[in-house]
Ligand binder design. Structure first.
Ligand SMILES: [Zn+2]
Length: 132
């Protein structure tokens, strides 16, 4: 009974599930692929760090974020085989979600890095604007 209320889930999406997610569920998508008939990038290996469930819309909203996968994506970021710039971009995106959910590391000393993106800053503002 209570489990359904607490909704504690582990980061265990199957490959098939991840492959079925739209592009917006991922923190970073490498260039060079093409879209299939559903608008999803192929090959699927170009899509990195899934952290939204199948209800994702824009990829910037809080509601569809899967927290275990958000944590997982953060943990795997450094081992992901993408450029440093891509990692920074992905990290900014993931950190935005951490702030939305008020999770992440306490006393985050890396806050300075958030200043680079500009784009994320705007996304965040419009998002909060919608919520308030
Ligand atoms: Zn996202």
């Amino acid at each position: 009974m209570w489990e359904s209320v607490l909704k504690i889930e582990k980061a265990t999406w199957s490959t098939a599930y991840v492959n079925s997610l739209p592009d917006t569920a991922f923190a970073y998508i490498e260039a060079g692929g093409e879209k299939d008939e559903e608008g999803k990038t192929k090959p699927r290996s170009l899509r990195h760090l899934p952290h939204h469930n199948a209800s994702v819309k824009f990829g910037s909203e809080k509601e569809s974020v899967d927290l275990p996968h958000l944590r997982n994506a953060m943990a795997r970021l450094e081992q992901t085989n993408i450029s440093d710039e891509a990692k920074r971009e992905a990290k900014n995106h993931l950190e935005m979600h951490e702030k939305q959910w008020d999770v992440g590391e306490a006393g985050n000393a890396d806050d300075v890095e958030m200043g680079c993106g500009g784009k994320d800053e705007k996304t965040k503002k419009s998002l909060w604007g919608d919520l308030i």
